[in-house]
Design a protein around this ligand. Structure first.
Ligand code: MN
Length: 165
């Protein structure tokens, strides 16, 4: 199966969130996950789809300047490869994508499921859900976001990211 890049960027914008990005056809399909991904099987994390990003953004770590959209620090929280279980383009269009991750922090089987649109809603909402497998954690296990908060490329914490590494 095709191995593609995935990255999760921790982003201390007005509100801290995690940008979950999957490479597909030369761009990074992107979702903003307010609470971050969870390794607990079945735990649903709201993932609002945002604009595609360029592939080279996957290695961006630094500070988006004040006055720009998303101003604040960004670090590369996880990075690796992903594989779609089916046809990723068709599955995304259908609103249900099953895939596997091979990162340093996130692994195993996952799903992105599109929610029904609601009135006045900005962006398209999806749910990011870990499937039950050997890479899943129980609800009482440590939260991966707290256990491993640092950058996988520089080892820095979000408070100390003030410039590109
Ligand atoms: Mn962001």
């Amino acid at each position: 199966m095709t191995q593609r890049l995935f990255v999760v960027q921790k982003h201390a914008a007005r509100r801290l969130h995690y940008d979950f990005r999957l490479e597909l056809h030369g761009v990074l399909k992107s979702w903003a996950v307010a609470r971050g991904p969870s390794l607990v099987a079945g735990e649903r994390r709201l993932a609002v789809q945002v604009e595609d990003h360029q592939l080279d953004y996957a290695s961006f770590e630094g500070v988006i300047p004040a006055g720009s959209y998303g101003a604040g620090a960004v670090l590369v929280w996880d990075k690796g490869t992903w594989e779609a279980e089916g046809d990723p383009e068709a599955d995304l269009a259908a609103g249900s994508l099953s895939f596997r991750l091979q990162g340093e922090k996130l692994g195993g089987a996952w799903r992105l499921v599109r929610m029904k649109p609601r009135a006045k809603q900005r962006g398209v909402s999806w749910l990011l859900i870990k499937a039950q497998d050997g890479a899943a954690r129980s609800a009482t296990a440590p939260d991966i976001l707290e256990e491993r908060p640092l950058s996988v490329i520089s080892g820095r914490g979000i408070e100390v990211v003030t410039e590109p590494s």
